[in-house]
Design a protein around this ligand. Structure first.
Ligand code: THU
Length: 137
């Protein structure tokens, strides 16, 4: 489904796109941008940042979450993840767990491609039976 720009999602769409353009991905050539809407409706962004030692690169979601925590917020209401690809790309396993830490059942995870086709998921759909030392399976 194609994402339609509204008054509500405009800033998230634009920030995630800007983040994707700012990505530093010369090794994979796969740019990803993420934008978070937190509690109190604050916005935070991140992009993937690679380096010559490949596994040391960081994902866009991790960058956006770091910015959110550094900005004093703890809850993801919505996260938009967009990649420079015709495919709708799904967050890696590590990022799913990172998103989980700051999510609720209400958290909306929008996965978008470069043409703004998107799929909307809950955290539980992306990471069922997720790890928490406090929950009994
Ligand atoms: N990447 C992300 O930024 N987020 C993900 O969820 C998956 C992968 C980045 C990491 C790397 O810089 C590039 O995409 C290719 O894997």
């Amino acid at each position: 489904m194609r994402l339609v720009k509204t008054k509500e999602n405009k800033r998230l769409i634009e920030l995630s796109y800007e983040m994707m353009l700012n990505a530093y991905a010369p090794y994979s050539n796969f740019s990803v941008g993420a934008a978070i809407l937190s509690e109190n409706d604050k916005l935070f962004g991140g992009c993937n940042v690679e380096n010559a030692a490949y596994p040391e690169g960081t994902c866009a979601e991790a960058g956006a979450i770091s910015a959110m925590i550094a900005g004093g917020c703890k809850t993801i209401k919505e996260i938009y993840i967009v990649s420079k690809s015709e495919n709708i790309v799904s967050p890696c396993g590590g990022c799913r767990q990172k998103i989980r830490e700051f999510s609720s059942d209400q958290t909306k995870i929008f996965l978008c491609n470069i043409k703004w086709d998107y799929k909307l998921f809950s955290l539980n759909e992306l990471l069922p039976f997720s790890f928490s030392e406090f929950d009994d399976l």
